[in-house]
Design a protein around this ligand. Structure first.
Ligand SMILES: CC(C)(COP(=O)(O)OP(=O)(O)OC[C@H]1O[C@@H](n2cnc3c(N)ncnc32)[C@H](O)[C@@H]1OP(=O)(O)O)[C@@H](O)C(=O)NCCC(=O)NCCS
Length: 182
């Protein structure tokens, strides 16, 4: 689908504390890479700190990785969907071909404005278009309510090794309702 035909997700403006533009979900562009790497770092450390220790956060999103050229390599492969407001990236989501929602991060100053919902709506539409019948994600403690609100259910608790730390998260899944054949 071309960018000009991508839908715009309008947010409830009454919930805005800054900016008043609709969030748009667009395809990844190479100059986004460094910004998205920094966004991930800041989001993890600002939003997830209620659910993980400082050591766990540092293992999940190490300071040394913020400006790593690996982001460019990674995103060139995963081609995340990017949510932008006033031309600024405010969140991103990676959807792998098998239905794995790999990364889903919304900037800490743009939480609870529907940005994650817009990204997930795009992932669902993409999965539906590709005939992918199931989405799954390894979801942080912090993000469980968001995924649950979007029809995902926990299938198992997990412990994952990350840079020498063991982090708790949850495998969550949801069915993608594919269009009925006529
Ligand atoms: C999870 C995340 C992507 C959600 O993004 P978001 O843009 O804030 O989510 P939305 O505004 O679209 O939320 C949609 C709904 O999800 C639910 N929800 C989202 N965050 C929630 C929270 N912290 N507590 C309870 N419900 C929540 C609510 O039902 C919400 O609707 P409402 O605001 O009308 O009540 C974002 O919080 C984030 O980046 N978290 C930190 C990083 C992370 O853990 N990512 C997941 C890695 S697996």
């Amino acid at each position: 689908m071309s960018e000009t035909t991508q839908p715009t997700y309008r947010l409830d403006r009454s919930r805005f504390t800054r900016g008043a533009s609709p969030v748009v979900v667009r395809e990844y562009r190479e100059p986004d890479a460094a910004f998205l790497g920094r966004l991930l770092h800041e989001t993890v450390h600002a939003v997830c700190r209620a659910d993980y220790t400082q050591d766990e956060l540092a293992a999940w999103a190490p300071a040394a990785a913020v400006d790593s050229p690996r982001w460019r390599e990674r995103f060139a492969s995963t081609r995340p969907w990017v949510a932008v407001e006033d031309d600024r990236p405010v969140g991103f989501l990676e959807l792998l071909p098998d239905g794995h929602v790999e990364c889903c991060y919304v900037h800490h100053r743009f939480q609870r404005r529907g940005v994650g919902t817009a990204l997930l709506a795009r992932a669902l539409a993409t999965a539906r278009g590709a005939g992918v019948a199931r989405l799954y994600a390894d979801v942080s403690i912090t993000a469980v309510p968001f995924f649950r609100a979007h029809g995902f259910a926990i299938t198992r608790p997990q412990q994952v090794e990350r840079n020498g730390a063991t982090l708790r998260n949850f495998r969550m899944e949801r069915i993608v309702v594919l269009e009925e054949e006529s």
